[in-house]
Design a binder for this molecule. Structure first.
Ligand code: ZN
Length: 689
C-alpha cells in the first residue's frame, strides 16, 4: 500500500495533522469505507476558563475520513477519561454520557464511539481502520495463527469484543504492557497503530497493512481467468432490466428503496464460485459494515435456463426474501435483549436485505437513496474480496451469531442513523421527466429533486439534460440525477431510456410526460409534414412514454403516478393552432385511458393544462410573432396580452406548472386520477368540464 503522506507536509496544529491523516487514509478504500475508522491526537488545550488542560482531539462519530473538517474533531478532557481505566465495567449509555461530560465544547459533535480506546492508549497519536488486508487475516478459521504467521509477535492481538468499555480496557492494558509493539490487531474488526505524531501512527499503519497484503498475495492466487458465465453482457443486462423492478417492488414492502445494479467482473467471478452462497452466509467482515449491508447478503438464484415470466420471477424472489426476513426474525427472537436496546431503537433495523446476489445476473444493493445503495455496494465489493482471500488462508470466518446480532443491534451504531437529515416528501422515489432540459420540464425536474426524488432527466438535447442533472447532483448529492437522451417519437429511444433508468435506480415511481412542440399555421396553410410532426411528438410521444411507464410500473407492483403536460388548448383551442391542439387533445384522451387502465394497479394519471408560459422553448420568437399576428396585437405586447386575458391577470411561470405537477406526482393527490388541472391564471372558456 502506498504511503500517501507527503514529506513536505507541515501541520500547523494537531487538528490539521489529523485532518491530513484522515484524508490520506480515506483516499484508500482498502483501509476504510465511508464512515469507518477513526483517529486522535492528545494535546494541551485551553479549557473554557482559560486554564490549560490535557485533552484529546478525536474524530466525531460517523464522519467520513475523506471529508473531515476542523469541527469534526471535538476535544475531550483526558484526566476524567483516564480515571475510567480503573473501573471494572460501564454500560454503553453510561459511557456515552460520561464522555459527553468531558467535551471542552458542550455543543461539539458526539465523539467517536471508540473514544475510550484512543484515550487508554498512552501514545500521543492513535489511528484505527478496518483495513481489508488485516480482515483477510483475522476473518479466518485459524485467525490468531494466521495473524501470528504474518506478523510474528511484533503486533498485539485482542480477541473480538464489541466496541465499548471492555474492549477499550483490553486494548489499553495490552498497549500499556507492550508500548513498543508495532500495532494491535482487533480480531474480526481492524487495526490500531500509535506513535509520537499522527505521521508516525500513519507510517506504522501503512507498513503493517503492506506486510499483510504481501502475506496474502503470496498465499492467495487469483482464480485462473474469469469463469465462463452462461449469459453475455447484453443478455445479463436484459435479464436485469426485467428482474430489477420486480425486486424493487418486493423490497419496498416497508418503505420504498432505490436499487443499484452492479455486474462488475469481481461480482460475476465471485458468484460463479460454488461456495459463494455459503461464504455470504458466514457474515460481515467487520461490525460497522452491518449498518449498511446487514449481517449477510441475500443469495437469490433464479432458474435462468427455464422460460420465466414476470410472475414466476416474482414468486421466486418473494420466496427468497420471505426466507431472509424469517431468518432475521428468528435471530431477533433468539438474541434480542430489551435491557440492551429499546424496542423503538430496534425497530430502526429492517429485516429486508441490503445486498442481493442473483447468480449469473449481478448484484443489487438497496438504500433509501443512491448514496446509501452505493455505500452498501462499495462495502460488498470489499467484503467479497476479503471472503475469498480468507477462504484461501484457511477458511472465511466471521462473528458468532450472537456477536453479530449484538453488533448489528448496537445502540451506539444505530445512533449514526439518526444523524441523517429527515426525509423529504419524495424521498425514496424515482421520477423520469421528458423534455427536462429546458423550460417547464427543467422546472419540474428541479422541483421534484428539491422534494427528495431521484430524477432521470431526459431530453432530445442531451447536453441540456446533462446540465440539469449536474445541477441537481450539485444541490442534492451523489446519484440523485441521471441524464439521458430521449427522443419521444422513437420507440427504441423511449424503451432504451426506461431500461437505463431501471438499471440505474431499479424502477420508477413518477413519470412526467412533458416533451412537446408547437407549430402555428392555419389549416389551409398547414403542411402535412408539420401536422405529422406535431402528432409524432404531442400525441405518439406521450403514448410511447406512458406505455413504457405502465409496463414498468405494473411489473414493479407498487403503483405509480403519471403526469401529462397538456395545454389550455385542449379545452379551448385557438385558431391557427390546429396541429398542436388536435395532437394535444389526443394526449388528454390518452391520459384518461391510462387512468382507467392503470387504476386497478394503483397507477394514477393526471394532466396539467398550462397556458402562456413564456419561459419555454415552445415559445420560440417565431411562435411569438405568429401568435401576436393571430391575436392582432404587436409582438412585444404578447406576454401582457396573455396576462390580461386570464381572470387573475397574472403571468404563468414554469415554476407554477411545476408546483401543480409536484402535487399530482406526490401522495398529496393519492385519491385523484384522470383529472385535469389548469395552470393558466383562470381562462373562463378553458374551464374543464
Ligand atoms: Zn472500528
Amino acid at each position: 500500500m502506498r504511503n500517501r503522506w507527503q514529506a513536505d507536509f507541515v501541520a500547523q496544529d494537531a487538528v490539521e495533522a489529523l485532518i491530513y491523516q484522515a484524508r490520506c487514509v480515506g483516499e484508500e478504500p482498502a483501509l476504510v469505507l465511508w464512515g469507518g475508522g477513526n483517529n486522535s491526537a492528545k494535546t494541551t488545550e485551553l479549557d473554557f476558563d482559560g486554564t490549560p488542560v490535557q485533552a484529546m482531539r478525536i474524530k466525531g462519530s460517523g464522519g467520513n475520513m475523506l471529508a473531515m473538517q476542523r469541527r469534526d474533531y471535538p476535544a475531550v478532557r483526558l484526566a476524567p477519561l483516564w480515571a475510567l481505566f480503573e473501573r471494572e465495567a460501564m454500560s454503553d449509555e453510561e459511557m456515552v454520557r460520561y464522555v459527553r461530560h468531558t467535551l471542552l465544547d458542550p455543543d461539539a459533535p458526539r465523539p467517536s464511539i471508540e473514544t475510550l480506546l484512543h484515550a487508554f492508549i498512552p501514545a500521543p497519536a492513535v489511528l484505527h481502520t478496518h483495513a481489508d488486508a488485516i480482515l483477510m487475516l483475522t476473518n479466518t478459521r485459524g485467525r490468531e495463527a494466521t495473524v501470528r504467521a504474518c506478523f510474528g509477535d511484533e503486533v498485539l492481538v485482542v480477541p473480538y469484543l464489541r466496541p465499548g468499555f471492555q474492549l477499550s480496557k483490553l486494548v489499553g492494558a495490552a498497549v500499556r504492557a507492550n508500548p513498543d509493539a508495532r500495532g494491535l490487531v482487533l480480531m474480526n474488526h481492524g487495526l490500531v497503530t500509535w506513535g509520537e505524531t499522527p505521521k508516525e501512527a500513519y507510517d506504522r499503519h501503512i507498513e503493517l497493512v503492506t506486510e499483510a497484503e504481501a502475506f496474502v498475495a503470496q498465499r492467495v492466487f487469483p482464480a485462473a481467468g474469469l469463469p465462463s458465465t452462461a449469459a453475455s453482457a447484453a443478455q445479463r443486462r436484459a435479464l436485469a432490466v426485467r428482474i430489477a423492478p420486480i425486486l424493487r417492488g418486493l423490497l419496498s414492502r416497508e418503505q420504498r428503496v432505490v436499487l443499484r445494479f452492479d455486474d462488475s467482473e469481481d461480482v460475476l467471478a465471485f458468484m460463479a464460485r460454488p461456495d459463494a452462497a455459503a461464504l455470504l452466509q458466514v457474515g460481515a467482515a467487520t461490525p460497522d459494515h452491518m449498518l449498511h449491508t446487514k449481517r449477510a447478503a441475500l443469495w437469490a438464484p433464479l432458474p435462468l435456463d427455464e422460460p420465466l415470466d414476470d410472475e414466476a420471477i416474482r414468486a421466486r424472489l418473494r420466496a427468497h426474501i420471505d426466507a431472509y426476513e424469517a431468518e432475521c426474525r428468528r435471530r431477533f427472537a433468539q438474541h434480542y435483549d430489551s435491557a440492551l436496546l429499546s424496542a423503538d431503537a430496534a425497530a430502526q433495523v429492517s429485516n429486508l436485505p441490503r445486498v442481493i446476489f442473483v447468480p449469473g445476473v449481478g448484484m443489487w444493493t438497496s438504500g433509501r437513496d443512491m448514496r446509501a445503495a452505493t455505500i452498501a455496494a462499495d462495502i460488498a465489493h470489499h467484503t467479497i474480496a476479503i471472503m475469498q482471500a480468507a477462504e484461501a488462508l484457511g477458511g472465511y470466518a466471521s462473528l458468532s451469531d450472537a456477536e453479530a446480532f449484538h453488533a448489528e443491534y448496537w445502540p451506539l451504531e444505530l445512533y449514526k442513523l439518526t444523524l441523517a437529515p429527515p426525509e423529504r416528501e419524495l424521498a425514496r422515489r424515482v421520477a423520469l421527466v421528458t423534455g427536462a432540459g429546458h423550460g417547464i420540464g427543467k422546472a419540474i425536474a428541479l422541483r421534484l429533486a428539491a422534494e427528495g426524488a431521484h430524477v432521470v432527466v431526459t431530453d432530445i438535447d442531451e447536453a441540456a439534460a446533462r446540465a440539469v442533472a449536474e445541477q441537481i447532483v450539485q444541490q442534492h448529492g451523489m446519484g440523485r440525477a441521471l441524464a439521458l437522451r430521449l427522443d419521444v417519437t422513437d420507440e427504441a429511444s423511449v424503451d432504451a431510456a426506461f431500461e437505463q433508468a431501471v438499471l440505474a435506480y431499479g424502477g420508477l415511481d413518477i413519470v412526467v410526460s412533458n416533451a412537446g412542440i408547437a407549430r402555428a399555421a392555419a389549416i389551409v396553410d398547414l403542411s402535412l409534414e408539420d401536422w405529422q410532426r406535431s402528432l409524432a411528438v404531442n400525441a405518439t410521444g406521450h403514448f410511447l412514454v406512458s406505455r413504457a411507464a405502465l409496463r414498468l410500473m405494473r411489473r414493479q407492483g407498487i403503483g405509480g403516478s403519471l403526469v401529462f403536460n397538456a395545454t389550455k388548448n385542449v379545452t379551448a383551442p385557438g385558431k391557427e393552432f390546429g396541429a398542436y391542439s388536435a395532437a394535444k387533445a389526443a394526449e388528454a384522451q390518452l391520459c384518461r385511458i391510462v387512468a382507467i387502465e392503470g387504476g386497478e394497479h394503483g397507477i394514477r394519471a393526471n394532466m396539467v393544462n398550462p397556458d402562456a408560459v413564456f419561459s419555454t422553448q415552445l415559445w420560440s420568437p417565431e411562435l411569438r410573432r405568429q401568435r401576436a399576428q393571430a391575436q392582432g396585437i404587436p409582438e412585444d405586447q404578447i406576454e401582457d396580452y396573455y396576462a390580461k386575458r386570464n381572470l387573475l391577470r397574472v403571468r404563468v411561470s414554469a415554476e407554477d406548472v411545476a408546483e401543480a405537477v409536484f402535487w399530482l406526482a406526490s401522495d398529496r393527490s393519492a385519491k385523484t386520477t384522470g383529472a385535469m388541472i389548469p395552470v393558466d391564471g383562470g381562462v373562463r372558456e378553458a374551464f374543464p368540464r
